[in-house]
Structure formats: structure tokens, C-alpha cells
Write a protein that binds this ligand. Sequence first.
Ligand code: SF4
Length: 257
Amino acid sequence: MQTLIAEDVVSDLNARFETSTPEEIVRWAILDSGLDRIAIASAFQTEGTALIHMASRIQPDVPILFLETGYHFAETLVFKERLADQLGLNVVDLTGDYTVESQADAFGSRLYERDPNACCELNKVVPFARALRDFDAWMTSMRRDSAWTRKHTPIVSQTELEPGKTLVKINPVANWTHRDAWAYLKEHDLPHNPLYDLGYASIGCAPCTRMVFAGEDERAGRWSGLLKTECGIHVREARVQDETDDDADCPPSETAT
Ligand code: SF4
């Protein structure tokens, strides 16, 4: 694989960033990495709002890629518009080849219930991969403590999007806790998706998201009842987890979709 950053440099960066703040990592990514075309992928959750705030203070027009699947909660869409107006964000809505209606015509209604991997492929993986062709790197807001499938999330990694096209992925808040994310919002007087106030802990598409109960994993409300924990975009971290995890209590996953 032809890489944008030498692998030994990636290792050094990961070692260094373990003790860096997210702001320092974002600053490196935008100003010092040498990666010219960089975007943020976000569903405007708590840590994503924090990451967007950090990055847009350095580069106001940094592209914020939002997967407009057609299945989001109305509250999420309103919140996205509110934050975009407040911070003057450059939000780029990504859509797949089907609308909710044409998907139902082509594949039947409620595909997300019958085959959520296929639904995510159509509405998330395909449009996202298409958009990333225009970038050298993307930043996400994955936290290692948000789910067992994410506990080995690297801060900097490289993947081959397609033959000849390598992409750097940066997770500046990998080491953050749930509490850190909320503290950042409070410190900077930033708003949050009102669904958190109703008991949602991780918010994705409405048909595949439920509130969590006391004691449950933060992402337990995503694809609840299914052996699915990721939409396929964050495949690498899930694969690393599958290959390295020795925790016998972890359930099997179908994350590589
Ligand atoms: S999260 Fe659910 S509704 Fe959204 S794209 Fe995936 S399967 Fe479809």
C-alpha cells in the first residue's frame, strides 16, 4: 500500500499523541501534518460537536461531512442546522443513490430491519467512500471508552480506500471519556442534541437507535438486538479489535460490513 505518511512516523505519532490533548492533535492535523485536504466526519453528537468546534476555530471552512441518510431524527437535523449557524460551519451533506422512497421501491420497506448491513452500505458506506476520494485525511470523534469494539482505536492510522488511494484517519478524542466530552461543551458554552436529555446516549438513524437503560453500554442503543455494532465506515478499528481482543465476555460482531 502506498502511504501518505511513513509507517514508522505513524507509530511515532501514535506514541506521542497518547499524552497529547485533542486540541494539540487537531492543530497538528490541520496545520502541521502536511495533509492538505482534510475533512471531519460527524453526526453531531457530543464529542463530534467538540471536535468540530476545535477544528473550525483553526480552519473555519473545514468540511464537515454529514451522512444525510434520510433516516435521522428530526431533532438531529434541527441541531445540525443550529450548530452550523452558530459556528458558521461548512457542512457537506452526503447522500446515497436512493431516497427513502426509492429505496423502499427497490428493496422493499424497512430494509433497516431486514438487512441493516445492506441499508448502511447504501446510505452510509457508499456515499462516504465516494466523498473521501476528494480528501487526504479525515478526522472522526471515536472514543475508545464508548464501546468494547472501539477500545483499540488508533489515534492515527492509514487505510487504502481503493487501489492507489490511501487515506489518513485521525481520532483526536480517542482517549477522551464521556465526561470529557460533556465538560468541553460546558466549558465552551456549546449546545447539544436535545435527544440526550430524553435518555439517548449515542444517536444515529432513528430506526436503529433506542434509549439506553442504566448500566448499559453507551452504544447499546445502536442496532439493539442485532449482532451489529458499526455501520461499516469504522471497519479498521473493529477489525483490530476482533484480531486482538482476548476478552471472553465480548459478544461476536459483524462489524466488517
Ligand atoms: S443506521 Fe439503520 S437506517 Fe441508518 S443507514 Fe444504517 S441500517 Fe439504515
